[in-house]
Design a binder for this molecule. Structure first.
Ligand SMILES: [Zn+2]
Length: 197
């Protein structure tokens, strides 16, 4: 479950615009990408101490400075994946890394039958032996916690405590205000936050 990519979506939940710096998009991106790296699915709750998650421009801003503050070009990524990606241009991982296109096997490898997703997996070296054994290690840790330590299990597969209250934020523009009702903070307020995901 922890390495299952989410079901496909046609568009993002949120679309704030007009901020003067990319860091202002962070709470929106944390919520949009479910508090985990869009590429490898590493979660904040697996031991984030400082800023281990970065805001990645999947089309590099060096190629097109206008993309620097474009929310639809920003994704939430762990430092490791962002470093592997560097200045490569990749297709939109929001669309390609989805349950219908990529599957994690029990041996930790990632499989896809979709050409574009396969290319993305290759570009980002998503099937290196190290990454596969990292996935297997986490699968084992989570299975062990499920068996032996209910608190730890909830921490590893549940949402972080500090869910951002997006309706309190005031972006200059927001093309998808309806998404505010779907943010994880609002779902927790309604008592609709899943215990595990
Ligand atoms: Zn990652």
């Amino acid at each position: 479950m922890i390495f299952d990519y989410a079901e496909p979506r046609e568009h993002r939940r949120h679309e704030p615009a007009g901020y003067a710096d990319s860091e202002s998009y962070r709470p929106w991106l944390r919520d949009e990408f479910d508090f985990r790296c869009v590429y490898c699915l590493k979660r904040e709750t697996w031991g984030q101490v400082t800023f281990e998650f970065e805001l990645d421009h999947f089309r590099p801003q060096s190629l097109d400075p206008q993309l620097k503050l474009d929310y639809l070009n920003l994704v939430y990524a762990c430092r490791r994946c962002n470093a592997v990606k560097r200045d490569q241009t990749v297709a939109d991982p929001f669309l390609l890394l989805r349950a219908t296109r990529a599957t994690t096997l029990a041996d930790g490898s990632l499989r896809s039958h979709d050409g574009d997703t396969e290319r993305l997996i290759r570009q980002l070296d998503r099937n290196s032996p190290r990454l596969s054994s990292w996935r297997v290690m986490w699968l084992r840790i989570v299975a062990l916690a499920k068996d032996r330590d209910a608190d730890l299990y909830r921490q590893l597969v549940g949402f972080p405590e500090d869910l951002p209250n997006l309706s309190k934020l005031r972006p200059p523009r927001n093309a998808r205000k309806e998404g505010l009702e779907d943010c994880w903070f609002a779902r927790r307020q309604r008592g609709a936050l899943p215990a595990a995901y």
